[in-house]
Design a protein around this ligand. Sequence first.
Ligand code: HEC
Length: 121
Amino acid sequence: MKRLKISVVCLFLACAVFACSSGKAKRSELVIANSKSYEASLFRQNCAICHGQEANGKEMDGRLIPSLRYGTAAQKSEEEIYLQIKEGKLPMPAFKNQLTEEEINRMVQFVRRDLQGKEGN
Ligand code: HEC
């Protein structure tokens, strides 16, 4: 009887894992908190405070800070994301004095590839 219960639980877990991995678009697979990549640590240092630990957006002072995975962020071109990070757009600060050109480019790729699941460029 106990065996049966355990296998039912295992089956349930397997289904849950499968449902999670197949149901969601691949764009949001990365868990930033668990990532040891350089970009993820830049994100944690510079962006998480506003966009949230996992870039899902959050509310701050009654204002909604957008997710970087879904929504308008996912509709932006590479160029637009680059400019947004480099020049900022109130109330988001410009990062051209905080991050090097290479770091800005890495963050653009991080947002597009790792968070939004876009291939290439
Ligand atoms: C002080 C808070 C703050 C910080 C820090 C911040 N952002 Fe933002 N960010 C915002 C706000 C607010 C917006 C929405 C601006 C608007 O309404 O146009 C935004 C918008 C964006 C957008 C466009 C999203 C969209 O939906 O159009 C991108 C991409 C972005 N941020 C990336 C970053 C990255 C990468 C970092 C770290 C290098 C960062 N942000 C740091 C507040 C911040």
